[in-house]
Design a protein around this ligand. Structure first.
Ligand SMILES: [Zn+2]
Length: 580
């Protein structure tokens, strides 16, 4: 190259650099000007993004639906080239979605993302060519507006921050299926608009003390399933660990222990569909949470989060074709699946070993309670092999039906299916169909309130076949559609986060009509006389169950429940299955 050209090039480069510097200077965040001690208030976060979007054509700020706070949700999109039509973007680019401030007290991602998008826009860091970034500046706006200095008791900064509960005191990271909040339905809308390939939800962890600032909590790879799950566990996760280690940002899987030392071993946290990444997995999105360690200084936590986000974009950029191919395959294989796993347990036969960087801990006598307590000693760091159980196996599966049928009166369920882009077909005229019917055979209920519900668990069903009358306007929902996993996880009562377990169908749990024993005595005698097989069954039940044998009401009730007088609706699950 001739000297003249070199000089011009140098001039151009230095001009570029100085523009970057000026722009970076103009867009300094509160986190930076406070030297890593402060995080901005909600209004200031939004004002910052508005200014970025006004200045840089590659950045767009879009208003979505309202949240419980009355303020609408927003997304900020960075796409060099400036197209913000997601259908078009998807054709040749992958999309990384970053969710911040679901727990506004854990503000690390809010600050990291403000700097990251600015640095992309100003060209301070290399522009991704095949990756678009969509960020939710603050998801829990109501919580962010409740600024305080104390609700994160164990956390080392920032100075003031928002609160975990939303405007109606819901924890939004339990609300993705039951959707009690407007935030959850607004999220469903934007998630299905954007359809991200990679999803990152930013948090700060509680729990043990150790050397790491960063921990990762990827969606459980066996549950994600197929080659996509393998890719997540064997390629994406190790690659992120290596990239961060090269910069001396060591990261470990989320330390899933409570008041115990990590070196005894721990299992992966199971992200059921109620959680952000459990929900995004239902559409085969590569999901992860980053959990920074609460005891590390705020500045360090935000810087670590920034590096992690940048590395995840780079990994997506490099693997963009693979990611598209593997996600498509997962959608295809679930759409033709015969069985679907609905309950999981740790597979203790497969163990991973972590070289864990921890601190020695002692058990000493508590000054407060006089009982033994745990105390970590940071002057005694160690690196030790630790067993990590991150393989899970299905312990219960269901046969995938060809379709579900939901009578039109279950409007709340229908609305949620619609919000999640489930394709529904209206039954065109009154019709009798052969269906499988579930009867709730058993369930237990939590005796404390959990996120606005008294959750059911250990639910089991009994299946019968029947011919059922359906009416014009009822809904038929075929399972061979992209939302298949969402349908199975919500409509199969035995799945852990089913709509049944979240109390959507509690009305069927109560019997509406009963009998008067003195009248029913004679009817019951007649029933048994006319039905020798039933009488035989009744006698065997008495022989088998001594409590039953001593309980006159239970015996009359047994006959009532086996007679035509017993109401059909009691314990009968009102979503029906058409089987293949
Ligand atoms: Zn959190």
């Amino acid at each position: 190259m001739r000297p003249y050209y070199i000089a011009v090039l140098m001039l151009l480069l230095s001009a570029c650099n100085s523009t970057n510097k000026e722009e970076t200077e103009e867009f300094r965040t509160l986190f930076e000007t406070s030297e890593g001690r402060e995080t901005p208030e909600y209004e200031d976060v939004m004002a910052y993004y508005m200014k970025l979007a006004r200045t840089f054509p590659d950045i767009n700020l879009q208003t979505m639906e309202d949240t419980d706070s009355g303020h609408p949700l927003h997304i900020v999109t960075y796409n060099p080239g400036g197209s913000f039509n997601f259908n078009r973007i998807r054709e040749d680019k992958r999309i990384v979605m970053i969710m911040n401030g679901i727990h506004p007290g854990e503000s690390d991602g809010i600050d990291a993302t403000m700097m990251l998008l600015r640095d992309y826009a100003t060209g301070k860091i290399p522009t991704p060519e095949k990756t678009v970034i969509v960020a939710i500046p603050v998801y829990n706006i109501g919580g962010a507006l409740q600024r305080n200095q104390h609700s994160r008791a164990n956390q080392n900064g920032p100075e003031t921050y928002g609160f975990r509960g939303n405007a109606r005191n819901y924890d939004l990271n339990r609300d993705f299926i039951k959707s009690d909040t407007k935030n959850a339905t607004a999220f469903a809308e934007l998630f299905h608009l954007v359809k991200p390939d990679v999803f990152i939800d930013t948090h700060v962890s509680n729990g043990a003390d150790y050397q790491y600032t960063l921990t990762h909590l990827f969606t459980q790879h066996n549950k994600l399933g197929g080659e996509l799950g393998n890719y997540l566990n064997k390629e994406m996760m190790p690659r992120l660990e290596e990239k961060l280690a090269e910069k001396e940002w060591y990261i470990t899987p989320y330390v899933n222990v409570f008041n115990q030392v990590p070196e005894t071993g721990f299992s992966q946290f199971m992200d059921f569909p109620r959680y952000s990444t459990g929900y995004t997995t239902l559409w085969n999105t590569l999901g992860m949470m980053v959990e920074t360690h609460m005891l590390k200084p705020y500045k360090q936590r935000v810087e670590g989060t920034y590096e992690l986000l940048k590395d995840m974009v780079e990994i997506t950029e490099k693997d963009h074709d693979r990611i598209r191919e593997l996600r498509t395959k997962n959608f295809e294989s679930f759409a033709k699946a015969h069985d679907y796993p609905i309950q999981w347990a740790v597979d203790s036969t497969e163990v991973s070993t972590l070289q864990f960087r921890g601190y020695e801990a002692d058990t000493i006598i508590s000054e407060v309670t006089g009982f033994p307590r745990l105390k970590y000693d940071r002057s005694r760091p160690f690196t030790k092999p630790v067993s990590y159980y991150n393989f899970f196996k299905p312990v219960k599966s269901v046969t995938v039906p060809e379709a579900y049928i939901i009578p039109r009166q279950w409007e709340h369920v229908i609305d949620l299916l619609r919000a999640n882009e489930v394709m529904l077909q209206e039954v065109e005229k009154d019709t009798v169909l052969d269906v499988e019917v579930y009867h709730i055979a058993d369930y237990q209920t939590r005796n404390t309130a959990f996120e606005g519900h008294y959750l059911h668990y250990n639910t089991s069903v009994r299946t019968t076949k029947a011919q059922k009358q359906f009416r014009k306007g009822d809904y038929m929902i075929r399972t061979d559609q992209p939302a298949i996993r969402y349908l199975l996880e919500t409509l199969e009562p035995e799945a852990s986060d089913s709509f049944f377990n979240w109390n959507f169908f509690d009305a069927i749990l109560q019997q509406k009509e009963h009998f008067s024993p003195y009248v029913f005595e004679d009817v019951a005698a007649e029933i048994l006389r006319k039905d020798p097989a039933l009488k035989q069954e009744f006698e065997s039940e008495k022989a088998r169950d001594t409590v039953f044998a001593q309980h006159w009401y239970a015996q009359l009730n047994w006959i009532y429940e086996h007679s035509v007088y017993y109401e059909e609706a009691h314990l009968q699950y009102p979503v029906y299955r058409i089987v293949k």
